[in-house]
Design a protein around this ligand. Structure first.
Ligand SMILES: Nc1ncnc2c1ncn2[C@@H]1O[C@H](COP(=O)(O)OP(=O)(O)OP(=O)(O)O)[C@@H](O)[C@H]1O
Ligand SMILES: [Mg+2]
Length: 255
């Protein structure tokens, strides 16, 4: 094991005498250190995945509370005001209702966004490339940031975990761009080879100084965690004033 201690399991079996009864019991020891190590590794991975999922649930609940709930509460108030104030003319009423309609559409988009984060059903229906393209389009519309999506040589049949991991890394990277980068444009690229698949998400925003080991938020941490669970590599390169690039590369043999 990691501490150098080896683990053995004793296997015993009876040896019958001439009369058929057990005359003696023989036994041998099997070295089960490797099996124990594998079990321990699997347990650690499961615990880490559970933590990543817990973090994700917490963030989704925060988004529901901070964004959707606030929007709906605002809508309820404005509707109440419209009813109480009784607009003087049909034109004024129409104006008020049109504003409300726009806000309802925005709230519906937020709800759709949260649903996506819970389970990107498009991944199952359309596959990674089409699902990502559609997500990038939605994001661009929602946030007013131009997103250029490109893909090449992405295997048609990708393991579910790999597709879902790359989808989530894109979601978090784009969300970081909307929240922190102040960028006008973002570039999402997905490229496959026979052995690996690589995702990059770049922006032309303000950049930052990534601090190794520092945990400002949970987004970067959970992206790293997800990629490393699939034996992939994850990196962020950024400099103040020079934009940011997030890269995730996952070996396909994990398929
Ligand atoms: N594209 C980017 N442009 C500029 N700064 C960024 C970008 N991505 C991340 N950052 C910086 O890195 C920090 C950590 O990002 P991270 O996603 O881990 O946390 P967060 O977005 O602040 O919070 P959350 O837990 O909700 O994701 C951010 O607070 C921001 O300062
Ligand atoms: Mg973040």
């Amino acid at each position: 094991m990691a501490d150098g201690v080896r683990h053995y399991q004793t296997v015993k079996f009876p040896i019958p005498g001439k009369d058929g009864a057990t005359a003696m019991v023989a036994g041998f020891s099997v070295d089960i250190t490797e099996r124990k190590l594998a079990e321990q590794e699997r347990r650690t991975l499961q615990e880490r995945l559970a933590t990543a999922q817990e973090v994700e649930r917490w963030r989704i609940s925060r988004e529901l509370h901070d964004d959707l709930t606030q929007r709906l509460a605002g809508l309820a108030m404005e509707l109440g005001r419209l009813v109480a104030d009784r607009p003087a003319s049909a034109a004024l009423l129409k104006k008020g209702l049109t504003t409300l309609q726009r806000k309802v559409v925005r709230a519906a988009e937020t709800a759709r966004h949260v649903a996506h984060q819970l389970h990107p059903s498009e991944l199952d229906d359309l596959g990674l490339v089409a699902a990502l393209r559609s997500y990038c389009e939605d994001f661009a519309r929602r946030e007013g940031i131009a997103v250029k999506f490109a893909s090449r040589k992405v295997p048609k049949e990708l393991k579910r975990e790999i597709a879902s991991c790359l989808y989530k890394v894109t979601q978090e990277s784009l969300s970081n761009i909307a929240r922190h980068a102040g960028a006008k444009a973002a570039f999402v690229t997905l490229a496959g080879t026979a052995e690996r698949i690589r995702l990059t998400v770049k922006d032309t925003g303000i950049g930052f100084r990534p601090q190794p080991g520092a945990t400002v938020g949970l987004g970067i941490l959970s992206m790293k965690e997800r990629v490393s669970l699939l034996h992939g590599s994850f990196s962020i390169s950024s400099h103040p004033g020079q934009g940011t690039e997030v890269a995730a590369e996952i070996p396909l043999e994990a398929q």
